[in-house]
Design a protein around this ligand. Structure first.
Ligand SMILES: [Zn+2]
Ligand SMILES: [Zn+2]
Length: 77
């Protein structure tokens, strides 16, 4: 099963970290997802590799998996 993030509105795992704008599959609220580096806290770039999306930190020059990235989740009106 795909890795999903917990939605701040309904607290279910309904947000897909592959998209910078994601709609909760449970409560249908919209959120912007920004991935941050766990090492330097810089904003990560999305990189597509073999159909999967991972994140890349330009400061650390490091690939960061979506499981270790820190997500800032902001509700979009
Ligand atoms: Zn939700
Ligand atoms: Zn970094």
């Amino acid at each position: 099963m795909a890795f999903m993030l917990q939605c701040p509105s309904c607290e279910q795992e309904g947000l897909d970290p592959r998209h910078s704008l994601s709609q909760c599959t449970v409560c249908k609220d919209n959120f912007s997802l920004e991935a941050h580096c766990p090492q330097c806290d810089g904003v990560l770039e999305r990189v597509q590799a073999c159909g999967a999306v991972d994140f890349f930190c330009n400061s650390c020059n490091n690939l960061v998996s979506k499981r270790s990235a820190r997500f800032v989740i902001t509700k979009v009106a």
